[in-house]
Write a protein that binds this ligand. Structure first.
Ligand code: ZN
Length: 290
């Protein structure tokens, strides 16, 4: 049964053209735009969507989410530091808004490389951790509805653009929150990567409703450029998972396979390099005048 009701638009959220339903995953239809080939799951855009999907289970119960998000603290902080170092090639550290900051680990890594950060996340427990354990400035909310008089030198969207329940509104907010000549850092999955193409419908990132958008570097570019941004750089991230997270993802993939038993040999705390053939990052810069 399809979860797309008559009220939900199936027009492409990037270019507005007609899309067609490709396949069904977890009762959601995944659509592809006939014009720009962006893939997305049409859902009714509500803030409640984010609060329901990113509840505490998402960060603790495995499946498409995290078996133990807090257990990945060191690796995620290191991920933030790596991005902090990367950004230095293109800009001086300043103020950053970290969207989908969760418990604040990536933001913590950015602050360790000189950035002054503010994080937002729809999950109150995660924001509590960012604030009270890490001492970061963080607020509960979604980018789509985030209200502040401040603007930022950088809006960081690491592993978040695929989750926006209202992509156009989210990018419009992000653009408004970026200072003239300010930057965006985006990391997301590449649906046109070899891995994603080879796995087809079985690619693990086709996991609606937590993931709603599947970009390629080109479709991301098509979404960002009309907002007055230019691409500064693009690449593939280095990424590490701990053993527990890697096992949880693979178990989710290998449901019913005897290979699952072998996974128990991997210690939960073991850092495992994640082959990032299906991930990319991009840095965009806003035009100097609004
Ligand atoms: Zn399109």
């Amino acid at each position: 049964m399809s979860s797309v009701s008559a009220a939900v638009s199936t027009a492409c959220p990037i270019c507005g053209q007609e899309s067609r339903a490709l396949f069904e995953k977890h009762t959601y239809w995944i659509h592809e735009c006939g014009q720009c080939h962006h893939r997305f799951a049409p859902v009714e855009p509500t803030p409640e969507h984010a609060a329901q999907i990113y509840d505490d289970d998402y960060f603790h119960s495995g499946g498409a989410g995290y078996p133990d998000y807090l257990g990945e603290a060191d690796m995620l902080i290191a991920h933030g530091r790596r991005y902090g170092k990367l950004l230095r090639s293109y800009m001086q550290p300043g103020t950053v808004l970290d969207v989908g900051a969760a418990a604040g680990f990536v933001l913590k890594g950015l602050t360790e490389t000189g950035w002054q950060g503010t994080g937002i996340d729809p999950n109150p427990s995660m924001v509590h951790h960012a604030r009270d354990v890490l001492g970061l400035d963080a607020a509960v909310g979604t980018l789509e509805d985030f209200q502040t008089p401040r603007t930022f030198d950088l809006v960081s969207m690491v592993q978040v653009v695929a989750h926006f329940y209202d992509l156009r509104k989210a990018f419009a907010r992000a653009a408004a929150l970026t200072k003239p000549s300010g930057y965006w850092l985006i990391e997301t999955w590449n649906k046109d990567s070899f891995v994603a193409r080879a796995l087809g419908e079985n690619w693990h990132e086709y996991s609606p409703p937590s993931v709603l958008h599947w970009f390629s570097p080109d479709s991301l570019h098509d979404a960002v450029v009309p907002l007055g941004f230019r691409r500064v750089a693009q690449g593939r991230p280095e990424k590490w998972l701990n053993g527990a997270h890697a096992k949880s993802l693979v178990q989710y993939k290998l449901e019913g396979s005897p290979l699952r038993a072998l996974l128990n040999l991997i210690p939960d705390g073991l850092p495992i390099p994640y082959p990032t053939f299906d991930l990319f990052w991009a840095i965009y810069q806003k035009a100097p005048t609004p």
